[in-house]
Design a protein around this ligand. Structure first.
Ligand code: AMP
Ligand code: MG
Length: 422
């Protein structure tokens, strides 16, 4: 099989996976979930024209010549309903959010008035009708869809859900994800340090990448490069919606992952992608079985490269979008920013390269510089990265100053400096 383009591999994945079923969730536990229903406004908000300021509800036609002295006929506090109609030469004292009284068509803020004795006030400014009036239904109108199905629940969305009294709502289920490392050379977290072994970092880096999507994965541990042992672990992993297995997917004689997965009934859709790092990437589907009384859902297997950087980059490009799609999120891909290259970068043409970069900012925008050695075994290049710079497959590299696209990684939503002028 030839090396697939990244977009072709992603297309195959998206054609295979489905959005999962839905479940109810309480508002308090809904952050980060994706709505599986439209949310409707249950009233007009505000329910009537209200004041936007603490001040005086007036008839704008009384203020054509200012200053104008008006009689205060009523005091309307937030929560009060007005009782009197404002007529020529009159006004009502009004608080922010209180309903506009009959007869008034504008609000004058306290700062534009002078208090006078005997329940009168002097208005200094003239205003147009509707000035500082928040119209009925400005926020939402009864029955309108305020937040659509497919929206990710952020703190702002939670505020709206609370406003329409959605204490509970339908969201898409999260996939159940299992993580398996493979390799005789691997040393588990609880094993004593052995200089001849390789510490298993993939289990934990992948765990964190899954957690960053709001999913708590199951850690299956380490399977040795032994077909029988591997088969036991893979069988267990295939009970989940998604199995991530790292290592052993290449073409080495002890790379048993692919043949063992196939033996278990998984149909492999591809196992090579034209990218660096990460080309031995495999994807397979175990079709659902409906022979028993209960239907087991499809299981999806990602055979990730063993190299720590490669497995993380493959997760970013393929697994994260797949998991987000399963959770009903239409936003599948990392946000990209345009940056200038701080230094020249050479690549081998024919495959897309992901260079781990740090981003700094100057008046002209973002500047991207490599995090250091780009060997796929050097995980510090990933640990230090703000983003993955995407080097197109054509061409042999780019000069300093070239415009590049950078995918932002977790941890980039905040920065050290405030970076705006007040
Ligand atoms: P493989 O894909 O199995 O040929 O592994 C490629 C490289 O990645 C080898 O140097 C492995 O030692 C290393 N590797 C594989 N799995 C892990 C892991 N779970 N944690 C850290 N390094 C790994
Ligand atoms: Mg191996």
């Amino acid at each position: 099989m030839e090396h697939l383009k990244i977009s072709s591999a992603q297309r195959i994945i998206f054609e295979s996976i489905k959005v999962l079923d839905t479940e109810p969730v309480l508002l308090e536990h809904s952050l980060g979930r994706v709505l599986a229903e439209d949310i409707l406004a249950n009233r007009d908000l505000p329910p009537y024209d209200v004041s936007a300021m603490d001040g005086f509800a007036v008839r704008s036609c009384d203020l054509t010549a200012t200053p104008a002295t008006l009689e205060i006929i009523e005091d309307i506090k937030a929560g009060d309903m007005p009782g009197k109609t404002v007529r020529a030469g009159q006004c009502s004292r009004i608080m922010t959010g209180a309903p506009l009284p009959q007869g008034a068509d504008a609000v004058i803020r306290v700062e534009d008035t002078l208090a006078l004795p005997a329940d009168t006030v002097q208005i200094i400014v003239s205003v147009k009708t509707r000035h500082d009036v928040r119209p009925k239904g400005e926020n939402m109108r009864n029955g309108d869809v305020v937040i659509g199905k497919g929206t990710e629940i952020t703190p702002g969305v939670i505020g709206i859900l609370a406003t329409v009294k959605a204490a509970k709502m339908q969201v898409y289920r999260r996939p159940r994800v299992a993580i398996l490392s493979t390799g005789n050379e691997l040393e588990a977290m609880n094993d004593p340090v052995d200089p001849n072994k390789i510490p298993d970092s993939n289990t934990y880096a992948l765990m964190a990448q899954v957690q960053a999507l709001g999913i708590q994965p199951a850690l299956l541990g380490i399977a040795r490069d032994d077909p029988a042992e591997l088969e036991q672990y893979l069988k267990l992993g295939l009970e989940y919606d998604v199995l991530l297995v790292s290592g052993g997917t290449s073409v080495g004689v002890h790379d048993y992952v692919r043949p063992t997965i196939e033996k278990l009934g998984v149909s492999m859709k591809f196992w090579r992608v034209a990218m660096k790092p990460g080309h031995p990437l495999a994807f397979g589907v175990l079709q659902c079985t409906t022979t028993h009384a209960n239907t087991a859902p499809d299981a999806f297997v990602f055979g990730l490269p063993g190299n720590p950087v490669s497995s993380m980059v493959c997760f970013e490009e393929f697994v994260a979008p797949a998991l987000r799609r399963m959770m009903g999120n239409p936003r599948l891909f990392r946000r990209t920013v345009t940056a200038r290259l701080a230094h020249p970068v050479k690549i081998r043409p024919g495959r897309t390269e992901f260079i781990r970069v740090q981003l700094t900012q100057d008046d002209a925008g973002y500047l991207a510089s490599s995090t250091g050695t780009q060997s796929s075994g050097v995980l510090l290049s990933m640990a230090r990265a703000d983003g993955l710079m995407v080097m197109p497959a054509e061409g042999t590299g780019l000069a300093a100053g070239a415009q590049v696209t950078v995918q932002l990684l977790d941890g980039t939503a905040f920065q050290n400096d405030i970076n705006f002028r007040e």
